[in-house]
Design a binder for this molecule. Structure first.
Ligand code: ZN
Length: 319
């Protein structure tokens, strides 16, 4: 298997929302990628400009960072469908997308949908190098992990900056160099699921164990309550042995869009369950994760729960 480290450049309406096409708010104008082997060496590269069809004038913000302009796009670019088909063929049969953040894969699929191209085979897994970098930079304290720009990672890792940024090919090369410099262990296990299309049916739901966690991505429920009433959503299983266990802290809303709980397995210790509600057109689908947690993490959850209780009490008194 090869890694396809991909980077895209896109343009948007020059006149803001008014001139925006609802099916394609961002139009891809360049696809760049490098093929990376299992030792993280670059073995091939792909690059092509795309001739825009919807937003023919570059947005001023975008024009200012690019190393090319409308003239280059119109003379050197080709139609999106042609370029995208060529690119996917270049990727080969056995590959994993690697990107700096989740946006590039979303925009690639939005543009493919705009041209009614066949969908990528699901589920789409990818390696989010921005997230891996953030987790690594924050060390053990994963709760403080914050994502950073590619330029920042390149400079922090002392990678020579001898190519201009904001060209899709150069940025994909820099991303591959960051990947190599991080020397990630078990990288094949550190994938994320792309949620551009989430399961529509119970049979498409995703249940997976990877990267020291359990993950469950559901179909759509009409309401949050309907989701919480579903036994497979509310049950807590050990992230390692999959045994159903009793909860130490029952599910509670720690934010408007998420619930957390804590459980304990006699063999594998404490773990934290998280339910995230993701809105879609018909209601909500759920991304549930179960990950190991330490004593200080549990303490933090206890404090959070206490705060929420206090606030609720105050509200009742003030009525
Ligand atoms: Zn267990």
């Amino acid at each position: 298997m090869n890694y396809i480290v991909m980077d895209l450049e896109w343009n948007q309406s020059y006149s803001g929302h008014m001139g925006e096409h609802p099916r394609m708010p961002f139009e891809i104008i360049e696809i760049g990628a490098v093929k990376v082997d299992k030792n993280f060496n670059i073995i091939d590269e792909y690059c092509s400009l795309v001739r825009p069809r919807i937003y023919k004038k570059l947005h001023s913000k975008i024009r200012s960072i690019l190393n090319y302009d409308e003239y280059d796009l119109n003379t050197k670019g080709r139609g999106f469908k042609e370029v995208c088909n060529e690119f996917l063929k270049w990727c080969g049969d056995d590959y994993m997308f690697c990107t700096w953040g989740p946006m590039d894969l979303t925009e690639l699929q939005t543009n493919m949908d705009f041209y009614y191209m066949p969908k990528l085979p699901r589920p789409v897994k990818f390696i989010n190098l921005q997230q891996i970098y953030a987790d690594k930079a924050s060390g053990k304290d994963k709760r403080s992990a914050s994502v950073s720009k590619l330029e920042k990672a390149v400079s922090e890792l002392n990678i020579p900056e001898d190519m201009p940024f904001h060209s899709a090919l150069n940025d994909s090369k820099y991303t591959a160099l960051v990947m190599k410099a991080m020397k990630p262990k078990n990288i094949n296990n550190q994938y994320s699921f792309d949620l551009y299309i989430h399961p529509s049916d119970i049979k498409d739901e995703i249940t997976d164990r990877h990267n020291n966690m359990y993950e469950y991505i559901t179909r759509t429920f009409k309401t949050k309550q309907e989701a919480l009433d579903d036994p497979k959503v509310s049950e807590v299983r050990c992230y390692k042995c999959n045994k159903k266990v009793t909860k130490k802290i029952k599910w509670f809303a720690n934010s408007p869009s998420s619930y957390i709980s804590v459980g304990k397995c006699w063999h594998h210790g404490y773990f934290c369950g998280k339910i995230k509600f993701k809105p879609d057109n018909e209601g909500y689908y759920i991304v549930k994760t179960i990950k190991p947690i330490d004593k200080s993490g549990i303490e933090e959850i206890n404090i959070k729960q206490e705060e929420i209780r206090e606030r609720r009490k105050e509200k009742r008194h003030n009525k």
